[in-house]
Design a protein around this ligand. Structure first.
Ligand code: 5GP
Ligand code: ZN
Length: 114
């Protein structure tokens, strides 16, 4: 597996996924353990381990993730809104150390974050 990283391997096609979107910068697929009716993981196609590793050399990939999120949300019919979650590091609850954004929707979330 490339870098021994799951979220490098999935966009490379080394591990199957339920793909919903792909472009030059971004790969998006359904979470294997969905927490809402729509739960999609949006990952950059370069290995960035977490949000703390975003810098001026790779931030274009982050911008492209958010451009993709807007397109995916429209395609998924999330016209009434949705939530974007990023877990960073151990205290942030990150379990896969490749930057990813959870796009979750299809239900009404509380106004509190957690
Ligand atoms: P984290 O906890 O790092 O923010 O989120 C990792 C997410 O990856 C979890 O929601 C988990 O369900 C999802 N996940 C872990 N392994 C796989 C996998 O092999 N395939 C898919 N589609 N999702 C996975
Ligand atoms: Zn990776």
């Amino acid at each position: 597996m490339l870098n021994d990283c799951l979220f490098c391997a999935i966009p490379a096609g080394e591990i199957p996924s339920d793909k919903v979107y792909e472009d030059e910068y971004v790969f998006a697929f359904r979470d294997i353990n969905p927490q809402a009716p729509v739960h999609i993981l949006v990952v950059p196609k370069v290995h960035i381990s977490c949000a703390q590793e975003i810098d001026e050399n790779n931030s274009i990939y982050v911008a492209k993730c958010f451009e993709a999120i807007a397109k995916i949300a429209k395609a998924e019919g999330l016209d009434n809104g949705y939530r974007i979650v990023n877990n960073c590091g151990a205290d942030g609850g990150q379990s896969v150390m490749h930057l990813h954004f959870h796009l979750i929707g299809g239900k009404k979330f509380p106004e509190t974050i957690i």
